[in-house]
Design a protein around this ligand. Structure first.
Ligand SMILES: [Zn+2]
Length: 83
């Protein structure tokens, strides 16, 4: 009986989590390289992946990593006349 109850509880937690469409740092990190390239190329992250954008807004670690990547890609794409 108690095991069944626990199972239902776990099930409901994961269902709620999926419905909220949230991602954690791990899920964010998997996509951050690809996303940084798209955003550096002018894509709108909020339209593209609102869940990632929401995570970056509230997670300083991921946001800093993401912004650093975008800056690197942009500087690589911009050919310096002095190079
Ligand atoms: Zn994060």
């Amino acid at each position: 009986m108690e095991k069944q109850h626990l199972h239902k509880l776990v099930e409901s937690i994961f269902t709620v989590h999926a419905d909220e469409n949230e991602i954690d740092c791990e899920g964010c990190g998997c996509q951050i390289d690809h996303l940084a390239e798209l955003v550096a190329g002018g894509a709108n992250l909020r339209e593209l992946l609102p869940a990632v954008e929401a995570h970056l807004r509230c997670c300083t670690d991921c946001r800093e990593e993401f912004e650093a990547l975008v800056a690197i890609i942009r500087s690589q794409n911009t050919e310096s006349p002095l190079a």
